[in-house]
Each structure stands twice: as C-alpha cells, then as structure tokens.
Design a protein around this ligand. Structure first.
Ligand SMILES: Nc1ncnc2c1ncn2[C@@H]1O[C@H](COP(=O)(O)OP(=O)(O)OP(=O)(O)O)[C@@H](O)[C@H]1O
Ligand SMILES: C[C@H](N)[C@H](N)CCCCCC(=O)O
Ligand SMILES: [Mg+2]
Length: 230
C-alpha cells in the first residue's frame, strides 16, 4: 500500500470516532506514512477570535503529520452540538454531499499518504431531508472504517452499518472495538460475536482509558491488515 483514504464512521455519536481516528493517524505514522485527518462537517464549536473551532477537528489537525489550515480540516462548522442538518438549516444553509465532496477533493491535494475522514454521528446522519453522510461516502467512493462503541446495543448498530454500506457498494476496510462502557457485560462474548459476524479485519480492541490520547490509543491499533491489503 502506498496511499490510503478512508471514511471513519461509528455505531453512533460519542463512540470514539475522533479518538480512534487520531490513534489510527498515529499508528500509520509509526509505520512510516504521512497522514492527514479531516472533519468535513462539525456541529458543536467554540466561538474563538479565529472563528468557530471544533474539538474533533483540532484533535485531528494536531494528530496529523501533514500540517493543514483549520479550514482545510474542517470547512463546515456550526456552533450548536446538534444534528448538523438542523444546525445548517438554523443558519439558513443547505448541507449537500456534493458541496462537502468539493471541500474534501480540495483537501485531497495535500501530500499525505494516509487520509482519514471522520463523519459526524453514525452512518445515516442526515445532511438535509434529502441526503445523508452515506451519500457523501458514495460520491467519494472510499473504503470505510467502523468504530464500534462497545456497549449494549452495539451489535445491532454495527451489523446495520455494515449492511448499509455494503448495499451502497462500499467496502469495509476494518473495524475497531472501542470500550466506551467499561461496565459492559459479557464483553468477550460480544467481541467474539462481532469477530464472527463482521467480514473485515479487526484493527484493534481499545480498552477504556483514563486519558484516551492518540499515542495511547495507537498502542492498541494494528494497521498492518490495511497496509498489507489483507
Ligand atoms: N477508549 C476510551 N476510553 C476512555 N474514553 C474514551 C474512549 N474512547 C472515547 N472516549 C471518550 O468518549 C468521548 C466520545 O469520544 P469521541 O469524541 O471520540 O466520539 P465521537 O464518536 O467522535 O463523537 P462525535 O459523533 O461527536 O464525533 C470523549 O470524551 C472521549 O475522550
Ligand atoms: C453533536 C454531536 N456530537 C455530533 N457532532 C453530531 C451527531 C449527529 C447525530 C444525528 C442523529 O441523531 O443520528
Ligand atoms: Mg468525533
């Protein structure tokens, strides 16, 4: 593998997509690849002197080895931490898959070998009443990495997501089990269920960490199945 671009989705919002995306950027960098992380649309920003700033985008910008302007990493930003299409409508804007695709294609000109694009929420997060983030991924036609937030209910969410992306003709490049709920009962059995039922490499099982920093998370990730194309 010389170059790799993927869209990172999750079984829900707050399942660790950002933390795992940042960890994956570090893991690829440790294997000798230059990296870039993108968060094309964010909802949930601080108002700063520089403009709206989103925590996810700032973390991905910092975790990447190739430096990029904030507006390249996060071209569309809304202040309230709500569903992005609602934030857009409140701003009198229309989010479209083609518009976001344009921003991403621009960012793709950056000279990074590995580019990871974090979504917002889960697979079918709406962009408008007409489109979802899935429509953006279809346009980009890139493989998907799924972050499974390990908690009760995640099996159904994971299997629905895999079915939906495959129905769109997209490929699951791998998935990560992220232990967001340290109290989850029968963790091993749930993990085994995913291993048996999801037909893609497991890129890591990340424990519940005191400080989920990208360097720490990277220790639990294995990107070699992607690098070797297995
Ligand atoms: N393995 C972990 N151990 C401990 N805390 C974690 C772990 N993974 C994620 N978290 C924490 O859970 C919260 C949600 O994680 P994160 O922001 O990465 O989710 P997300 O899926 O990107 O959410 P969003 O849909 O808002 O983008 C954060 O506070 C993060 O630090
Ligand atoms: C605000 C939150 N943290 C995310 N940025 C957006 C989550 C969108 C969820 C949409 C839905 O209800 O499925
Ligand atoms: Mg996030």
């Amino acid at each position: 593998m010389k170059r790799f671009t993927a869209f990172v989705t999750g079984t829900d919002t707050e399942v660790g997509k950002t933390v795992i995306t940042a960890g994956l950027l570090k893991a690829f960098e440790q294997q000798g690849f230059s990296t870039l992380g993108l968060k094309p649309v964010s909802a949930g920003c601080d108002v700063t002197d520089d403009g709206l700033r989103n925590e996810d985008a700032l973390l991905l910008q910092k975790a990447a080895s190739v430096k990029a302007a904030y507006e390249t990493v996060n071209p569309v930003a809304y202040e309230p931490a709500i569903a992005p299409h609602i934030a857009a409508m409140e701003n009198g804007k229309l989010l479209t898959a083609s518009g976001l695709e344009g921003f991403i294609r621009g960012a793709m000109l950056k000279p990074a070998q590995v580019k990871l694009i974090e979504g917002a929420g889960g697979w079918f997060t709406p962009l408008s009443y007409q489109e979802t983030l899935a429509d953006l991924v279809k346009r980009l036609n890139v493989p998907v990495i799924l972050v499974v937030g390990m908690r009760l209910g995640c099996l159904n969410h994971a299997l629905l997501t895999v079915a939906a992306l495959q129905t769109s003709g997209l490929t699951l490049a791998g998935w990560v089990a992220n232990r967001v709920d340290p109290e989850m009962g029968r963790f091993d059995e749930n993990l085994e269920t995913l291993k048996q039922m999801v037909d893609a490499p497991c890129l890591g099982v990340v424990p519940h960490l005191e400080q989920a920093s990208c360097d720490q998370v990277a220790q639990y990730l294995d990107v070699t199945p992607i690098i070797s194309g297995r």
